[in-house]
Design a protein around this ligand. Structure first.
Ligand code: SF4
Length: 399
Protein backbone atom coordinates (compact mmCIF):
# COMPACT_ATOMS: atom_id res chain seq x y z
CA UNK A 1 0.00 0.00 0.00
CA UNK A 2 2.82 2.43 0.91
CA UNK A 3 4.56 2.42 -2.51
CA UNK A 4 1.42 2.94 -4.65
CA UNK A 5 0.24 5.61 -2.20
CA UNK A 6 3.60 7.40 -2.31
CA UNK A 7 3.54 7.20 -6.09
CA UNK A 8 0.11 8.83 -6.11
CA UNK A 9 1.26 11.65 -3.82
CA UNK A 10 4.42 12.27 -5.90
CA UNK A 11 2.62 12.24 -9.25
CA UNK A 12 -0.77 13.78 -8.43
CA UNK A 13 0.18 16.71 -6.15
CA UNK A 14 2.35 19.78 -6.57
CA UNK A 15 5.85 18.82 -5.26
CA UNK A 16 6.34 22.17 -3.46
CA UNK A 17 2.99 21.64 -1.76
CA UNK A 18 3.88 18.07 -0.83
CA UNK A 19 7.14 19.33 0.72
CA UNK A 20 5.26 21.93 2.80
CA UNK A 21 2.88 19.20 4.02
CA UNK A 22 5.80 16.93 4.91
CA UNK A 23 7.62 19.69 6.82
CA UNK A 24 4.88 21.85 8.39
CA UNK A 25 2.51 18.96 9.21
CA UNK A 26 4.83 15.92 9.31
CA UNK A 27 8.08 17.03 10.94
CA UNK A 28 6.78 20.04 12.87
CA UNK A 29 3.58 18.15 13.77
CA UNK A 30 5.57 15.35 15.40
CA UNK A 31 7.68 17.94 17.22
CA UNK A 32 4.54 19.60 18.58
CA UNK A 33 3.33 16.27 20.01
CA UNK A 34 6.76 15.67 21.56
CA UNK A 35 6.53 19.13 23.20
CA UNK A 36 2.99 18.26 24.37
CA UNK A 37 4.29 15.10 26.04
CA UNK A 38 7.03 17.12 27.80
CA UNK A 39 4.43 19.60 29.06
CA UNK A 40 2.28 16.76 30.36
CA UNK A 41 5.26 15.37 32.24
CA UNK A 42 5.48 18.76 34.01
CA UNK A 43 1.73 18.73 34.73
CA UNK A 44 1.10 21.43 32.12
CA UNK A 45 -1.74 21.25 29.62
CA UNK A 46 -1.70 22.96 26.21
CA UNK A 47 -2.95 20.96 23.18
CA UNK A 48 -0.68 20.49 20.14
CA UNK A 49 -3.77 20.66 17.90
CA UNK A 50 -6.36 23.44 18.01
CA UNK A 51 -9.62 23.17 16.06
CA UNK A 52 -10.93 26.62 15.24
CA UNK A 53 -14.43 27.32 13.92
CA UNK A 54 -13.60 30.57 12.15
CA UNK A 55 -17.19 31.45 11.11
CA UNK A 56 -20.74 30.34 11.93
CA UNK A 57 -22.34 31.02 8.55
CA UNK A 58 -22.90 28.19 6.08
CA UNK A 59 -24.66 27.71 2.75
CA UNK A 60 -26.02 24.31 3.85
CA UNK A 61 -28.36 23.17 6.65
CA UNK A 62 -27.15 19.74 7.77
CA UNK A 63 -28.86 17.31 10.13
CA UNK A 64 -26.80 16.96 13.31
CA UNK A 65 -24.98 20.28 12.84
CA UNK A 66 -24.37 21.97 16.21
CA UNK A 67 -23.42 25.39 14.79
CA UNK A 68 -25.86 28.32 14.73
CA UNK A 69 -25.45 28.62 10.94
CA UNK A 70 -28.58 30.70 10.35
CA UNK A 71 -27.82 33.30 13.03
CA UNK A 72 -26.18 36.71 12.53
CA UNK A 73 -22.74 36.18 10.94
CA UNK A 74 -19.86 35.89 13.39
CA UNK A 75 -16.24 35.23 12.51
CA UNK A 76 -12.78 35.47 14.03
CA UNK A 77 -11.05 38.14 11.96
CA UNK A 78 -7.47 37.87 10.68
CA UNK A 79 -5.94 39.94 13.51
CA UNK A 80 -7.57 37.83 16.26
CA UNK A 81 -6.53 34.69 14.35
CA UNK A 82 -2.97 36.04 14.21
CA UNK A 83 -2.89 36.48 17.98
CA UNK A 84 -4.31 32.99 18.51
CA UNK A 85 -2.04 31.21 16.02
CA UNK A 86 1.06 33.13 17.15
CA UNK A 87 0.39 32.21 20.80
CA UNK A 88 0.04 28.54 19.83
CA UNK A 89 3.17 28.65 17.66
CA UNK A 90 5.10 29.85 20.72
CA UNK A 91 4.32 26.43 22.20
CA UNK A 92 5.54 24.60 19.13
CA UNK A 93 2.14 24.14 17.42
CA UNK A 94 2.14 24.12 13.61
CA UNK A 95 -1.11 22.30 12.71
CA UNK A 96 -4.60 23.84 12.94
CA UNK A 97 -8.00 22.39 12.05
CA UNK A 98 -10.21 25.06 10.44
CA UNK A 99 -13.97 24.50 10.77
CA UNK A 100 -17.18 26.50 10.52
CA UNK A 101 -20.00 26.89 9.47
CA UNK A 102 -18.39 26.90 6.04
CA UNK A 103 -14.79 28.24 6.32
CA UNK A 104 -14.68 29.44 2.70
CA UNK A 105 -17.45 31.93 3.59
CA UNK A 106 -14.88 33.70 5.80
CA UNK A 107 -13.83 36.90 3.95
CA UNK A 108 -10.20 36.68 5.13
CA UNK A 109 -9.57 32.89 5.11
CA UNK A 110 -6.92 32.93 2.37
CA UNK A 111 -5.28 35.97 3.95
CA UNK A 112 -5.05 34.11 7.29
CA UNK A 113 -3.39 31.13 5.59
CA UNK A 114 -1.00 33.52 3.80
CA UNK A 115 0.03 35.17 7.07
CA UNK A 116 1.13 31.78 8.51
CA UNK A 117 2.99 29.98 5.73
CA UNK A 118 5.04 28.17 8.43
CA UNK A 119 1.92 26.33 9.60
CA UNK A 120 -0.38 23.69 8.08
CA UNK A 121 -4.16 23.96 7.97
CA UNK A 122 -6.80 21.26 7.44
CA UNK A 123 -9.98 22.97 6.23
CA UNK A 124 -13.24 21.13 7.01
CA UNK A 125 -15.47 22.26 4.13
CA UNK A 126 -18.46 21.23 2.04
CA UNK A 127 -16.32 22.16 -0.98
CA UNK A 128 -19.02 24.13 -2.75
CA UNK A 129 -17.17 27.47 -2.57
CA UNK A 130 -13.83 26.11 -3.78
CA UNK A 131 -13.72 27.67 -7.24
CA UNK A 132 -10.81 27.20 -9.62
CA UNK A 133 -9.42 30.58 -8.46
CA UNK A 134 -9.62 29.59 -4.80
CA UNK A 135 -7.94 26.25 -5.52
CA UNK A 136 -5.21 27.99 -7.50
CA UNK A 137 -4.57 30.35 -4.56
CA UNK A 138 -4.42 27.35 -2.17
CA UNK A 139 -1.82 25.84 -4.49
CA UNK A 140 0.21 29.06 -4.40
CA UNK A 141 0.01 29.16 -0.57
CA UNK A 142 0.87 25.41 -0.30
CA UNK A 143 -0.06 25.16 3.42
CA UNK A 144 -3.62 23.87 3.47
CA UNK A 145 -5.54 20.71 2.63
CA UNK A 146 -9.30 20.85 2.00
CA UNK A 147 -11.14 18.01 3.78
CA UNK A 148 -14.38 17.92 1.82
CA UNK A 149 -17.46 16.42 3.46
CA UNK A 150 -19.61 14.04 1.39
CA UNK A 151 -22.61 12.65 3.26
CA UNK A 152 -24.19 10.39 0.65
CA UNK A 153 -25.01 9.98 -3.01
CA UNK A 154 -27.40 12.38 -4.77
CA UNK A 155 -30.65 11.99 -2.80
CA UNK A 156 -29.06 11.26 0.58
CA UNK A 157 -26.73 14.27 0.24
CA UNK A 158 -29.69 16.58 -0.36
CA UNK A 159 -31.65 15.04 2.54
CA UNK A 160 -28.70 15.17 4.95
CA UNK A 161 -27.66 18.70 4.01
CA UNK A 162 -30.99 20.48 3.56
CA UNK A 163 -30.34 21.81 0.04
CA UNK A 164 -30.57 20.56 -3.60
CA UNK A 165 -27.81 19.45 -6.00
CA UNK A 166 -25.53 19.23 -2.97
CA UNK A 167 -23.33 16.38 -4.22
CA UNK A 168 -22.77 17.84 -7.71
CA UNK A 169 -21.74 21.23 -6.30
CA UNK A 170 -19.43 19.55 -3.78
CA UNK A 171 -17.84 17.36 -6.48
CA UNK A 172 -17.21 20.47 -8.60
CA UNK A 173 -15.17 21.88 -5.70
CA UNK A 174 -13.32 18.58 -5.35
CA UNK A 175 -12.47 18.60 -9.06
CA UNK A 176 -11.05 22.12 -8.74
CA UNK A 177 -8.79 20.88 -5.93
CA UNK A 178 -7.59 17.87 -7.93
CA UNK A 179 -6.98 19.94 -11.06
CA UNK A 180 -4.83 22.33 -9.00
CA UNK A 181 -2.81 19.42 -7.59
CA UNK A 182 -3.84 20.01 -3.96
CA UNK A 183 -3.68 17.33 -1.25
CA UNK A 184 -7.40 16.69 -0.77
CA UNK A 185 -9.46 14.52 1.55
CA UNK A 186 -13.07 13.42 1.91
CA UNK A 187 -14.84 13.19 5.26
CA UNK A 188 -18.13 11.47 6.01
CA UNK A 189 -20.18 11.56 9.19
CA UNK A 190 -21.28 7.92 8.99
CA UNK A 191 -24.93 7.45 9.95
CA UNK A 192 -27.93 5.27 9.14
CA UNK A 193 -28.66 7.01 5.82
CA UNK A 194 -25.16 6.64 4.29
CA UNK A 195 -23.69 3.60 6.10
CA UNK A 196 -24.29 1.14 3.27
CA UNK A 197 -23.53 3.60 0.44
CA UNK A 198 -20.24 4.97 1.75
CA UNK A 199 -18.66 2.33 4.01
CA UNK A 200 -17.46 -0.03 1.28
CA UNK A 201 -14.37 -0.64 -0.86
CA UNK A 202 -16.07 0.32 -4.14
CA UNK A 203 -16.77 3.84 -2.79
CA UNK A 204 -13.15 4.25 -1.67
CA UNK A 205 -11.85 3.08 -5.07
CA UNK A 206 -14.23 5.61 -6.66
CA UNK A 207 -12.70 8.35 -4.51
CA UNK A 208 -9.18 7.25 -5.48
CA UNK A 209 -10.13 7.49 -9.16
CA UNK A 210 -11.46 11.01 -8.45
CA UNK A 211 -8.02 11.99 -7.06
CA UNK A 212 -8.78 11.90 -3.32
CA UNK A 213 -5.70 11.28 -1.15
CA UNK A 214 -7.21 10.58 2.29
CA UNK A 215 -10.57 9.91 3.96
CA UNK A 216 -11.94 10.41 7.43
CA UNK A 217 -14.99 8.46 8.63
CA UNK A 218 -16.50 10.34 11.58
CA UNK A 219 -19.19 8.66 13.68
CA UNK A 220 -22.43 10.67 13.52
CA UNK A 221 -23.02 12.65 16.77
CA UNK A 222 -26.76 13.30 17.36
CA UNK A 223 -26.31 16.76 18.89
CA UNK A 224 -27.42 20.34 18.32
CA UNK A 225 -30.73 21.91 17.28
CA UNK A 226 -31.44 19.24 14.63
CA UNK A 227 -29.93 16.23 16.42
CA UNK A 228 -31.93 13.58 14.46
CA UNK A 229 -30.94 10.76 16.90
CA UNK A 230 -32.45 8.09 14.64
CA UNK A 231 -29.45 8.58 12.34
CA UNK A 232 -26.96 7.45 15.01
CA UNK A 233 -25.11 4.17 14.40
CA UNK A 234 -25.56 1.00 16.47
CA UNK A 235 -22.53 -0.37 18.39
CA UNK A 236 -22.18 -3.15 15.77
CA UNK A 237 -22.13 -0.58 12.97
CA UNK A 238 -19.44 1.49 14.76
CA UNK A 239 -17.39 -1.70 15.17
CA UNK A 240 -17.94 -2.53 11.48
CA UNK A 241 -16.61 0.91 10.47
CA UNK A 242 -13.56 0.38 12.70
CA UNK A 243 -12.81 -3.05 11.22
CA UNK A 244 -13.35 -1.75 7.68
CA UNK A 245 -10.96 1.18 8.15
CA UNK A 246 -8.24 -1.04 9.61
CA UNK A 247 -8.61 -3.49 6.70
CA UNK A 248 -8.61 -0.84 3.97
CA UNK A 249 -5.50 0.81 5.44
CA UNK A 250 -3.49 -2.25 4.39
CA UNK A 251 -5.17 -2.61 1.00
CA UNK A 252 -5.71 0.77 -0.71
CA UNK A 253 -3.34 3.58 -1.84
CA UNK A 254 -5.23 6.09 0.28
CA UNK A 255 -4.60 7.42 3.80
CA UNK A 256 -7.39 6.82 6.33
CA UNK A 257 -7.63 9.12 9.36
CA UNK A 258 -9.38 8.44 12.67
CA UNK A 259 -9.31 10.24 15.99
CA UNK A 260 -10.91 7.63 18.23
CA UNK A 261 -8.65 4.61 18.55
CA UNK A 262 -4.99 3.94 19.49
CA UNK A 263 -2.61 1.36 17.96
CA UNK A 264 -4.13 -1.44 20.06
CA UNK A 265 -7.66 -0.47 19.00
CA UNK A 266 -8.50 0.94 22.43
CA UNK A 267 -10.96 3.83 22.25
CA UNK A 268 -9.98 7.35 23.23
CA UNK A 269 -11.43 10.84 23.28
CA UNK A 270 -9.17 13.58 21.86
CA UNK A 271 -10.63 16.09 24.34
CA UNK A 272 -10.04 13.84 27.37
CA UNK A 273 -6.42 13.15 26.34
CA UNK A 274 -5.92 16.90 25.92
CA UNK A 275 -4.48 16.54 22.41
CA UNK A 276 -7.08 18.96 21.03
CA UNK A 277 -9.60 21.54 22.14
CA UNK A 278 -11.94 23.83 20.20
CA UNK A 279 -12.49 27.55 19.66
CA UNK A 280 -15.86 28.70 18.35
CA UNK A 281 -16.54 31.69 16.02
CA UNK A 282 -17.15 33.94 19.03
CA UNK A 283 -13.71 33.10 20.47
CA UNK A 284 -15.05 30.87 23.26
CA UNK A 285 -12.65 28.06 24.27
CA UNK A 286 -14.70 24.82 24.40
CA UNK A 287 -13.51 21.33 25.45
CA UNK A 288 -14.44 20.02 21.97
CA UNK A 289 -16.65 21.16 19.07
CA UNK A 290 -19.84 19.52 20.31
CA UNK A 291 -19.45 20.64 23.96
CA UNK A 292 -20.89 24.13 23.61
CA UNK A 293 -20.04 25.52 27.02
CA UNK A 294 -17.11 27.65 28.10
CA UNK A 295 -15.55 29.68 30.91
CA UNK A 296 -12.66 31.10 28.87
CA UNK A 297 -12.10 33.04 25.65
CA UNK A 298 -9.22 33.78 23.29
CA UNK A 299 -9.70 37.50 24.01
CA UNK A 300 -8.40 37.08 27.55
CA UNK A 301 -5.41 39.44 28.02
CA UNK A 302 -3.38 36.55 29.46
CA UNK A 303 -1.27 34.39 27.14
CA UNK A 304 -3.30 31.59 25.55
CA UNK A 305 -1.07 29.02 27.32
CA UNK A 306 -1.99 30.47 30.74
CA UNK A 307 -5.68 30.57 29.81
CA UNK A 308 -5.81 26.94 28.69
CA UNK A 309 -3.39 25.53 31.25
CA UNK A 310 -5.18 27.45 34.00
CA UNK A 311 -8.75 26.54 33.00
CA UNK A 312 -10.33 24.56 35.85
CA UNK A 313 -13.36 23.85 33.60
CA UNK A 314 -11.34 22.29 30.76
CA UNK A 315 -9.10 20.35 33.18
CA UNK A 316 -12.12 19.02 35.09
CA UNK A 317 -13.81 18.08 31.79
CA UNK A 318 -10.77 16.08 30.67
CA UNK A 319 -10.38 14.30 33.99
CA UNK A 320 -14.11 13.59 34.47
CA UNK A 321 -14.43 12.26 30.90
CA UNK A 322 -11.34 10.04 31.21
CA UNK A 323 -12.53 8.66 34.56
CA UNK A 324 -15.99 7.88 33.17
CA UNK A 325 -15.17 6.27 29.81
CA UNK A 326 -12.60 5.86 27.03
CA UNK A 327 -15.41 6.90 24.72
CA UNK A 328 -17.49 10.04 24.28
CA UNK A 329 -18.73 11.66 27.49
CA UNK A 330 -21.38 13.59 25.55
CA UNK A 331 -22.94 10.44 24.09
CA UNK A 332 -22.42 8.08 27.00
CA UNK A 333 -22.82 10.42 30.03
CA UNK A 334 -24.69 13.62 29.18
CA UNK A 335 -25.52 13.78 32.90
CA UNK A 336 -21.83 14.35 33.69
CA UNK A 337 -21.67 17.13 31.07
CA UNK A 338 -24.64 18.73 32.86
CA UNK A 339 -22.86 18.47 36.24
CA UNK A 340 -19.61 19.95 34.90
CA UNK A 341 -21.45 22.92 33.41
CA UNK A 342 -23.22 23.58 36.72
CA UNK A 343 -20.08 23.01 38.82
CA UNK A 344 -18.12 25.65 36.89
CA UNK A 345 -20.98 27.99 36.02
CA UNK A 346 -20.00 27.61 32.37
CA UNK A 347 -21.63 29.84 29.76
CA UNK A 348 -23.91 28.35 27.08
CA UNK A 349 -21.98 28.98 23.82
CA UNK A 350 -24.59 27.64 21.37
CA UNK A 351 -25.79 31.16 20.59
CA UNK A 352 -29.24 29.63 20.15
CA UNK A 353 -32.19 30.51 22.39
CA UNK A 354 -31.50 31.07 26.10
CA UNK A 355 -30.66 27.81 27.86
CA UNK A 356 -30.65 25.85 24.60
CA UNK A 357 -27.35 24.11 25.43
CA UNK A 358 -28.55 22.63 28.73
CA UNK A 359 -31.96 21.79 27.25
CA UNK A 360 -30.31 19.86 24.43
CA UNK A 361 -28.04 17.99 26.86
CA UNK A 362 -31.06 17.17 29.06
CA UNK A 363 -32.90 15.82 26.02
CA UNK A 364 -30.05 13.45 25.16
CA UNK A 365 -30.53 9.75 25.94
CA UNK A 366 -27.24 8.08 26.94
CA UNK A 367 -25.93 5.89 24.13
CA UNK A 368 -22.76 4.00 23.23
CA UNK A 369 -19.87 5.62 21.38
CA UNK A 370 -16.47 4.44 20.08
CA UNK A 371 -15.70 2.62 23.37
CA UNK A 372 -16.71 -1.04 23.01
CA UNK A 373 -14.71 -2.97 25.63
CA UNK A 374 -13.71 -6.47 24.55
CA UNK A 375 -14.11 -5.59 20.88
CA UNK A 376 -10.82 -3.75 20.35
CA UNK A 377 -9.55 -3.89 16.74
CA UNK A 378 -5.75 -3.29 16.72
CA UNK A 379 -4.04 -1.58 13.78
CA UNK A 380 -2.89 -4.13 11.16
CA UNK A 381 -0.62 -1.89 9.10
CA UNK A 382 2.83 -1.19 10.63
CA UNK A 383 2.80 2.50 9.59
CA UNK A 384 -0.43 3.27 11.48
CA UNK A 385 0.70 1.10 14.41
CA UNK A 386 3.99 3.02 14.63
CA UNK A 387 2.44 6.50 14.24
CA UNK A 388 -0.28 5.88 16.81
CA UNK A 389 2.07 4.16 19.26
CA UNK A 390 4.28 7.25 19.33
CA UNK A 391 2.04 10.22 18.56
CA UNK A 392 -1.62 9.32 19.07
CA UNK A 393 -2.62 7.40 22.18
CA UNK A 394 -4.07 8.01 25.65
CA UNK A 395 -1.18 10.21 26.85
CA UNK A 396 -1.72 8.94 30.39
CA UNK A 397 -5.34 10.14 30.60
CA UNK A 398 -6.71 6.63 31.15
CA UNK A 399 -5.28 4.91 34.22
S1 SF4 B 1 -16.22 14.43 23.91
FE1 SF4 B 1 -17.00 13.10 22.28
S2 SF4 B 1 -17.16 14.39 20.46
FE2 SF4 B 1 -15.87 15.46 21.95
S3 SF4 B 1 -13.77 14.87 21.39
FE3 SF4 B 1 -14.48 13.44 22.96
S4 SF4 B 1 -15.30 11.71 21.82
FE4 SF4 B 1 -15.16 13.43 20.40
Amino acid sequence: MIVPFARRMLTETDPRLLWTFTWNFGVKGVRSVQKFKKRLAKGEHFPPFLYISVINSCNLRCQGCWVKVDGPQQYIDADRMDRLITAAKKRGNSFFGILGGEPFMHPQLLEILGRHRDCYFQIFTNGQLITDDVARELRRLRNATPLISIEGTLEVSDARRGRTDVLMKTLAGLENCVRNKLIVGVATSVCQSNFHELVNEAWLRHLIRKGVHYVWYHTYRPVGEHATPELALTPDQVLHVRRFVVQMRSRLPLAMVDAYWDDKGQALCPMATGISHHINPWGDIEPCPIIQFATDTIDDERDLFDVLNGSAFIRDFRETAAAATRGCIVLERPDLVRDLVARHGARDTTHRSLGAGVREIDAMRPRTSQHNPGCEVPEEHWAYRFAKKHWFFGFGAYT
